[in-house]
Unconditional design. Structure first.
Length: 114
């Protein structure tokens, strides 16, 4: 499973590990800014894309709108802002899930450690 995160402050891989997610079967990459986001997504080809909303230079909502209007293979998109209003806005524009980043490990998308 290929997972790409755009998050500028929190180490998402560490959050997933702390939540009991088995990372051995996940190819994980995190960008700490949203520069060149379409090129980064197209190059990595994630199955799951994790988007924070408040992230420079392009907010998650604008990134999502541009992704949905592109010819790039569309991944599962998880809006993971700590602000529920931002997650709801991304859900309204095509995100598959909206959840606080601190609750990401609770999604049924991940392999759990035994």
């Amino acid at each position: 499973m290929r997972v790409l995160a755009f998050e500028d402050c929190v180490d998402i891989e560490a959050l997933l590990l702390a939540g009991g997610i088995e990372m051995n079967s996940i190819e994980f990459k995190q960008y700490w800014d949203s520069a060149n986001y379409l090129e980064r997504i197209e190059h990595f080809e994630p199955e799951i894309l994790l988007l924070d909303h408040y992230m420079p230079p392009t907010k998650g909502l604008e990134l999502l709108k541009n992704l949905r209007n592109s010819s790039i293979k569309q991944p599962i998109v998880v809006a993971m802002s700590s602000a529920s209003i931002a997650n709801n806005a991304m859900l309204n524009h095509g995100a598959n899930y909206g959840i606080s980043k601190f609750d990401l490990a609770n999604l049924d998308l991940w392999p759990h450690s035994s």
